[in-house]
Design a protein around this ligand. Structure first.
Ligand SMILES: *Cc1c(COP(=O)(O)O)cnc(C)c1O
Length: 364
């Protein structure tokens, strides 16, 4: 049997007066605004490898103004969650998939990879130390944000030799406190998110900076999200905002294939596996806006939804393309969308058996 790599993680005390007040109203948590008392950090130096794994009081990080991440964008991240079950068990959902993806991003950006078991231990230890911050209500969770940055002070376009890996965590609210609300999405024809051969499949900071202008434009026009088209022909759908996209057409659940420009979502993969197990025909294939328009015209386009860790699935009620509005399923959440949402939610919170072995219980 392969023995798992172990590291020593030093834990620094958080003094009583430095402890933050925990939020009391779970309905006001929102997303990405509150962070806990501690964070995980680990350093890297070429020739030495990763060292100084630590859980320390949450504090600002000091960077040299010449740090490579600030100039040339060697910055990657991940996003996953810890869930509290009814019996107080704490679960992670497919964390090794996030770790694998972070390492894939690292390789693409010439950054160091991390031993998956070491990375997992860091996350687990941090989540358990911050356990009291994990909210209780279904749909609420502790968001986990691993990040890696190039810290070397050097103004040359060259991979850095020093890095910092850190993980911050914070409680987040339920995405649908008042039930589903289908979104309106805008098919973007002017700007593109990513191109094959680029870094679209990585959670790299630059991708998100590149997406902001199109999002802003869509928002100004009254849309929630951008539906990205492929960068070459501007014909095939790729992703929606920072989520993957699914179309349910005539009994076939279609999502674009992972061909380099699309982020390989953990939720995307979970949706595909669950739908397949249910006997739904699933396809990873190119899907043009023309085909979507035709399916809509013939009444075969039944449901559209986005997938991602934040919302699990998010129904799309309306699509804007070339001056026209296409209403999906009467602007209401589809049956398959809702069923997939409930299935994944219940697996994550330990309320349903987990035939795939996706859930990892880290406490109790
Ligand atoms: C994170 C992300 C997704 C969704 O990935 P999950 O692992 O399901 O959360 C999809 N697209 C983009 C661009 C993303 O950044």
């Amino acid at each position: 049997m392969k023995t798992k790599s172990k590291i020593k993680i030093k834990v620094k005390r958080v003094s009583e007066k430095k402890r933050k007040e925990k939020p009391t109203d779970e309905s006001k948590l929102g997303f990405g605004q509150i962070f806990t008392d501690r964070f995980f950090t680990m350093k890297y130096k070429e020739g030495q490898g990763w060292y100084d794994a630590m859980i320390e009081p949450y504090h600002p990080i000091v960077l040299d103004p010449a740090a490579v991440c600030l100039h040339y964008g060697q910055l990657i991240f991940e996003g996953l969650k810890a869930y509290r079950g009814k019996d107080d068990s704490i679960y992670l959902f497919r964390p090794y998939e996030n770790i694998r993806r972070m390492n894939a991003s690292a390789e693409r950006l010439c950054m160091p990879t991390v031993d998956p078991d070491v990375f997992f231990q860091g996350i687990k230890k941090l989540v358990l130390l911050e356990k009291d911050w994990i909210p209780r209500g279904i749909g609420t969770s502790l968001y986990i944000r691993p990040t890696m940055i190039a810290t070397e002070a050097f103004l040359g376009v060259h991979p850095a030799v020093e890095y910092l890996l850190f993980v911050i965590v914070g409680p987040v609210g339920a995405y649908y406190p008042q039930g589903f609300s289908p979104t309106k999405i805008y098919v973007e024809e002017e700007y593109v998110r990513a191109v094959r051969g680029g870094i679209g499949y990585c959670k790299a900071a630059g991708n998100y900076a590149a997406s902001l202008l199109a999002s802003k434009k869509a928002e100004q026009k009254g849309y929630t999200q951008v539906l990205w088209l492929d960068a070459v022909e501007r014909k095939y759908v790729e992703e929606v905002g920072t989520s993957n996209i699914f179309f349910f057409i005539d009994g076939e659940l279609v999502t674009p294939p992972l061909a380099g420009s699309i982020l390989p979502g953990v939720t995307r993969d979970s949706v595909l596996q669950i739908a397949k197990r249910w006997g739904v025909k699933v396809s990873e294939r190119r899907l043009s806006v023309d085909e979507i328009q035709e399916a809509h015209a013939s009444g075969k386009l039944k449901e559209v939804f986005a997938s991602g860790t934040a919302a699990i699935v998010s129904p799309v009620g309306q699509i804007y393309y070339k001056g026209k509005e296409y209403l999906i399923n009467g602007g209401k959440t589809g049956e398959l969308t809702e069923k997939l949402y409930n299935e994944i939610l219940q697996i994550q919170y330990g309320e349903k058996e987990d035939p795939f072995g996706w859930r990892i219980r880290i406490s109790k």
